[in-house]
Design a protein around this ligand. Structure first.
Ligand code: SAM
Length: 801
């Protein structure tokens, strides 16, 4: 039965049987059979490669598991948070975790990433692991190896086609074997994983669940991927991995953002230690962030007031404002807008000029200036005369065009009040506070040098500038006066239009005068609005309600404080027969109808506010009023309201201890004080006869001149060596001056005294009933000072002294 194997006996030659049949082959073992089998070169190559692949697959599976666990440990913060910042320590821990289930060959690569570095994302050997890998950035030989593989495969396929039947059979056998091997490898891997998972299960059960899910997904994908080309599968996995990484990065970002936004209110110590302005700026932004959504961002133990206080202090520190002034600004703006305003107030506004339409046209002027190398543009559609200058190689106040009066250097916002006033030809117009004359000259130009423009200012020096400008600009319809605006209605009335560009705190032009930030106090603001109210009432009184062209008044300030704007207008609306009308300006922010506890007239919306941060113009306020009756409304008490204003003002008036003599705000106060001093001395002489001083007693050493000796005899008891007008028994004696300066001083004193008497005479209230307004001094003497207002005044002055 069957053939016998002849292993020992060598063949002696082919017999019939031998020729017909080959010797039987017995597969004692796979290795033996393969060794004995005669393989082609390509078959040998493929076999070798398969062996390597199996080995690699095994290693990769193990590595994959270890890396996955290590990654999860990092993601779930199983590290000590302090270690996160210790890169080296973290790396070591990461490696330790990673090496738990990793074969030595991978661990021996050293750095974890180093091991991953050379892996080919498109290599079919590694495909299964792609989803589990941590992010590896490095050079990966992708296409080369892939192409090589494809070429080898193609080559082998071609050869396979031409191989004998026998080889095909062998190949099939080999494939089957490969399948078995692969199964066994998977089986081993599963066992390994199971062991690993069991070990880890107690520590992090949840992680394992997730890991299982991931594996399931991967298995499913692998099944799906079988239908795809390797490159497609790799691409799909790469995309998936990128999406996952993106998601993780987004989560991390969100977490970081949450941590960053959560502002922790600083302790007193921390606040005291703040020395860096950069830190203050960051804190300002943080606090504003908290205030923007207070309920969500606040520290429950801190009130809104605490945050606002902190913000105010920081803003004062950072932008160099005083606390009071910053408080005023905080009442106007929301925190975010306030920051914008403060930033804009640190920057200079663009230089602007106004074309003098009496002498040239804007186009021609622009052309001439461009020819001089000045870079400019029209200021905007809202003005036909304005030009904004970006750069200039020559001083703008010294060009031939300037000297010829073709333009006026003027801030953009100062065009607005005149545009609102809309002067017409042949009108009678008053500019009550005009120096240095920018707006007046604009009015004159719009009047085309017709009609009559009264240009007034209380400051004589500043009026010099008006004079110079008017000559240069060719204005011929103006009359310049130097009168206290409050008294203007006593001099002249019946104007068609009045412009009151009132003196103010300058809170809108901080970029021009930064001293405003630190110097303005409540007294300054109060003083400003009191003056503004009085000037406004007078300005309205100067206006004719029966003017054929309207009887309009424009009130403007370069301040953004409601106290100087809406509040002043509201005050006038209650005391005069005027109404608010549209300004005719098609931009700007509506005026306020409420401010803190104050409620203003609803028509206040017709007024306009301009801000540096919204309009790139100086801060400005413009209101237009129309007078509909010349009658002055009576107050509840039946007295004319201006008297109430005066009383109110006397009540409210607080003066700073130190007054800067150069400050025009206080010019009239200083004059008044001086006059009061004169008056006081005079009163002292009248009512307190120098009983304690014997005639001829020398209290002070007189100058060694005859005249001065004479003067010494008349020197008042106060011991004031300054030349004073002396009065004897109520009769005023003319002093005998020794020097020219003394003569001047004496004359000045007399002039001031007269001025005071006039002022007192105009205000009958000060002297009580029956007293003469023309000779206050005598009447006071006769009527006695005990009841009169003068005594009160003298008392005040004494107190002041
Ligand atoms: C804002 S400036 C006017 C600027 C001017 N309108 C212009 O466009 O060039 C305010 C002016 O009011 C003047 N002034 C202050 N108190 C005054 C008063 N009681 N009567 C009249 N003018 C006064 C100041 O001398 C100052 O020149």
């Amino acid at each position: 039965m069957g053939r016998k194997v002849n292993l020992e006996r060598p063949k002696k030659g082919p017999g019939r049987k031998a020729r017909k049949q080959a010797e039987p082959v017995f597969q004692f073992s796979k290795e033996e059979s393969e060794e004995n089998k005669k393989l082609s070169r390509h078959q040998k190559q493929r076999l070798k490669k398969r062996e390597i692949t199996k080995q690699k697959l095994k290693e990769e599976q193990k590595k994959k598991k270890s890396v996955q666990k290590a990654t999860k440990a990092v993601v779930n913060n199983t590290f000590d948070p302090a270690e996160i910042f210790n890169v080296e320590k973290s790396r070591q821990k990461y490696q330790q975790l990673g090496q738990k289930g990793k074969p030595q060959s991978v661990a021996s690569n050293g750095h974890q990433n180093g091991g991953e570095k050379g892996r080919n994302l498109f290599d079919s050997d590694n495909e299964m692991d792609e989803d589990e890998r941590p992010v590896v950035k490095g050079k990966v030989p992708v296409k080369k190896s892939q192409m090589k593989k494809f070429l080898q495969q193609a080559e082998s396929d071609e050869e396979s086609d031409s191989d004998e039947e026998e080889e095909d059979v062998d190949s099939d056998v080999e494939e089957e074997e490969d399948g078995e091997d692969a199964e066994s490898v998977d089986g081993e891997e599963d066992d390994y994983e199971d062991e690993e998972e069991l070990g880890e299960e107690e520590e992090d059960g949840e992680e394992d669940d997730e890991s299982d899910e991931d594996e399931d997904e991967d298995d499913e994908e692998m099944e799906e991927d079988d239908d795809m080309l390797p490159i497609e599968a790799a691409n799909k996995k790469l995309k998936k991995r990128m999406a996952r990484e993106q998601k993780e990065a987004d989560e991390e970002m969100a977490e970081a953002a949450v941590n960053r936004e959560r502002f922790v209110f600083p302790t007193d110590e921390e606040l005291a230690q703040t020395t860096n302005l950069q830190d203050v700026h960051i804190r300002i932004k943080d606090v504003i962030g908290v205030l923007s959504d207070f309920s969500a961002n606040r520290d429950p133990e801190r009130s809104r007031c605490e945050y606002i206080d902190l913000l105010r202090k920081d803003l004062c520190l950072y932008y160099s404002y005083n606390d009071y002034f910053m408080g005023l600004l905080m009442d106007i703006f929301s925190p975010n807008e306030l920051l914008e305003f403060l930033e804009a107030s640190e920057l200079q506004r663009p230089v602007t000029i106004r074309t003098n339409s009496l002498k040239t046209r804007r186009r021609d002027l622009a052309q001439s200036l461009i020819n001089r190398g000045i870079n400019l543009d029209p200021i905007g559609k809202w003005s036909k005369e304005g030009l904004v200058v970006y750069s200039s190689q020559v001083p703008l106040g010294a060009t031939p065009e300037y000297l010829a009066g073709h333009y006026m250097l003027q801030g953009g916002s100062s065009l607005l009040p005149v545009m609102a006033l809309a002067p017409e030809e042949n009108e009678r117009i008053l500019d009550m506070c005009a120096a240095p004359g920018g707006k007046s000259s604009h009015i004159a130009a719009l009047m085309k040098n017709t009609g009559c423009l009264f240009v007034n200012d209380a400051n004589k020096e500043r009026l010099q500038a008006v004079l110079g400008n008017f000559h240069r600009l060719g204005i011929q319809n103006a009359i310049i006066t130097c009168v206290d605006g409050i008294k203007y209605a006593d001099i002249m009335k019946g104007f068609d239009r009045v412009l009151l560009d009132a003196p103010c705190t300058g809170s809108g032009v901080i970029s021009k005068d930064p001293s405003v930030k630190a110097t303005k106090t409540d007294i300054d603001v109060q003083r400003c609005y009191n003056l503004q109210r009085r000037l406004l009432l007078t300005a309205i009184d100067c206006l004719s309600s029966s003017s054929s062209t309207g009887g309009y008044l424009v009130y403007s300030t370069c301040s953004i404080l409601p106290q100087e704007n809406e509040w002043v207008i509201d005050f006038a609306l209650k005391r005069r027969n005027v109404r608010l009308v549209p300004t005719g300006l098609d931009f700007g922010v509506e005026g306020m109808t409420r401010y803190g506890a104050h409620r203003f007239h609803p028509m206040m919306k017709l007024t306009r506010r301009f801000y540096p941060h919204t309009h790139n113009l100086d801060g400005f306020f413009v209101a237009k009023l129309q007078k509909f009756s010349d009658a002055i409304p009576k107050s509840v008490s039946g007295e004319p309201v201006e008297d109430e204003v005066q009383d109110e003002q006397e009540e409210e008036m607080k003066l700073p201890k130190k007054i800067d003599k150069r400050d025009w705000y206080y010019k009239d106060i200083l004059e008044e004080r001086k006059a009061q001093r004169e008056d006081t001395n005079h009163v002292v002489k009248v009512f307190q006869k120098p009983t304690n001083v014997k005639k001829g007693t020398k209290k002070s050493k007189p100058p060694q001149t005859d005249a001065s000796s004479a003067k010494a005899e008349d020197t008042p008891v106060s011991g004031d060596s300054k030349q004073q007008p002396s009065v004897n028994g109520g009769k005023q004696q003319r002093p005998v001056p020794a020097k020219k300066t003394e003569v001047r001083e004496a004359e000045e004193a007399i002039r001031l005294k007269k001025k005071l008497q006039q002022a007192q005479g105009q205000n009958g209230k000060k002297f009580g009933p029956g007293q003469s307004k023309t000779n206050g001094t005598k009447k006071v003497a006769a009527g006695g000072v005990q009841k009169g207002g003068l005594k009160k005044k003298v008392g005040k002055v004494r107190k002041g002294k």
